[in-house]
Design a protein around this ligand. Structure first.
Ligand code: EPZ
Length: 433
């Protein structure tokens, strides 16, 4: 079982380059099957979730060709419209985002089948809003034997109000509506940068989508979509993770290939607690040389503070010189890292969807387990601060969303290695001393 072994206590310093946005890539890769022409997608992050989704896309008959590590060609022409277009159980169990094929295949073929999604265990993660949107467009949606099936004689545009702001449902409905007849309006749509990226991608294929990035998205259905070449935006959460790691380790790091506007909520909070963030055109520099201050955080849909940065920020606040309150308003189970952090000396108590964090001077190294993707990244940050050895297990969660995570941290002077056995851990400890 792969683990990270880390010797913390030194600041991260240097430059790191951010990969393509995982949560944009997952929507875009799924949408690529909506044309019979070749689609070339650049800046695809080489992470487990994108690799698994591409396997699922091959599984329904599309041709997938890796042009290089980060560029992939997809062609949906070979998909048999008369097949059941069922996305195999094994793929959906591994990642949540296979459900984007529901909307993409429904849009193009007017039917689709996907196993009920899994995904990081950070809450119930229902899909009622996806279903509501498909039904509003005239599709029949059934759930039986753990499979969601959609079918429509024709998709007709409609006015859809999202009771809850949902990234996944906004993307899924946008895809199905792109090839519906007539006009669709999505009210209370999610506004994350990855929603805009998927809309821009679909428009580059000939779709007619306006307003992405605002809470009202207007879609005029078109008859068909054509091939395109498209490059995915940088990952705001990977960038934010390295920004927080630089601040927590009292380092000085330039994070390259970012869109500073997407990082505003993180930049604002880091400046507020005493770190120093300088914005350039496509990079940010994060410096900190003293103990950081406490603050309060409430996670909100974009442009509010992102829920995917909550665990990482909580680690930094757990080292501050005071008490902070972190309220998680998006997911109901996103504090699972608290028990692991307590093993490293953090003083955090959770009451409902709020964590009360009493800052401590430092962490001690410990053996901890990553409970989910972003909590795993947060534990790596904590281990990089602790002035001794830590071992992090279940790193498969981290590998779902961070490309070459340990390699990038080593590039910043961090003492981290991916190991398989206790013997490897001992060798690392002897090497580092
Ligand atoms: C996406 O998940 C991201 N995943 C998550 O990132 C991210 O945390 C989340 O958006 C919020 O930004 C991908 O893009 C693959 P939601 P998603 O639908 O689409 C409720 C990461 O770490 N809801 O915006 O599943 C839901 O329960 C991952 O990269 C419904 O009630 O999130 C939640 O409370 C973790 N009904 C809220 O909406 C629905 O039909 C927001 O969920 C759908 C969602």
């Amino acid at each position: 079982m792969e683990q990270y072994v880390i010797k913390g206590g030194q600041p991260l310093e240097g430059e790191v380059t951010i990969a393509g946005a995982k949560n944009a890539a997952l929507g875009i890769l799924a949408a690529a099957v909506m044309t019979d022409q070749e689609v070339i997608i650049e800046n695809v992050p080489n992470v487990r979730d994108t690799r698994v989704l591409l396997q699922a896309i091959q599984g329904i008959g599309a041709t997938v060709r890796y042009i290089d590590e980060h560029t992939v060609s997809i062609c949906g022409a070979a998909i048999n419209p008369n097949s059941d277009l069922c996305v195999d159980d094994e793929f959906i169990r591994k990642i949540r985002a296979s459900y984007y094929l529901l909307g993409a295949l429904l849009g193009k073929y007017k039917h689709s089948q996907v196993a009920l999604p899994g995904g990081c265990d950070i809450g119930a993660r229902p899909i009622d809003l996806h279903i509501k949107g498909f039904e509003a467009l005239g599709a029949q949606v059934d759930i039986a034997n753990g499979i969601i099936s959609t079918h429509a004689e024709e998709l007709i545009g409609n006015h859809i109000y999202m009771d809850v702001t949902s990234v996944g449902a906004t993307i899924n409905i946008m895809m199905a509506a792109a090839l519906a007849t007539g006009k669709t309006t999505i009210e209370n749509a999610a506004k994350e940068p990855h929603i805009v990226d998927v809309a821009n991608f679909l428009n580059s294929m000939g779709a007619n989508i306006k307003g992405a990035g605002t809470d009202v998205i207007r879609i005029r259905g078109v008859k068909e979509l054509h091939g395109t070449t498209y490059s995915i935006i940088p990952d705001q959460i990977e960038a934010g993770t390295f920004m927080v790691a630089a601040a927590a380790t009292k380092g000085d790091v330039v994070i390259k290939n970012v869109i500073p506007k997407h990082l505003e909520a993180i930049t604002s909070k880091l400046n507020e607690i005493g770190a120093h963030v300088i914005e350039y055109d496509d990079s940010v520099r994060v410096m900190s040389d003293k103990r950081l201050k406490p603050t309060n955080i409430k996670t909100l849909p974009y442009p509010g503070f992102p829920t995917d940065m909550q665990p990482q920020m909580a680690v930094t606040l757990a080292l501050s010189n005071g008490t902070s309150i972190v309220t998680e308003s998006i997911f109901e189970n996103r504090f699972k890292y608290v028990a692991e952090l307590a093993r490293m000396g953090a003083h955090i108590r959770v009451e409902g969807n709020t964590a009360i964090i009493d800052g401590v001077e430092s962490f001690s190294g410990a053996n901890v387990a990553a409970p989910d993707l972003r909590a795993g990244a947060a534990l790596v940050i904590a281990a990089l601060v602790a002035d001794d050895f830590s071992v992090i297990s279940d790193i498969k969660y981290i590998q779902r969303g961070y490309e070459k995570f340990d390699e990038k941290i080593r590039g910043l002077g961090g003492k981290i290695e991916k190991v398989d056995t206790d013997k490897d851990i001992q060798k690392f400890k002897l090497k580092i001393g």
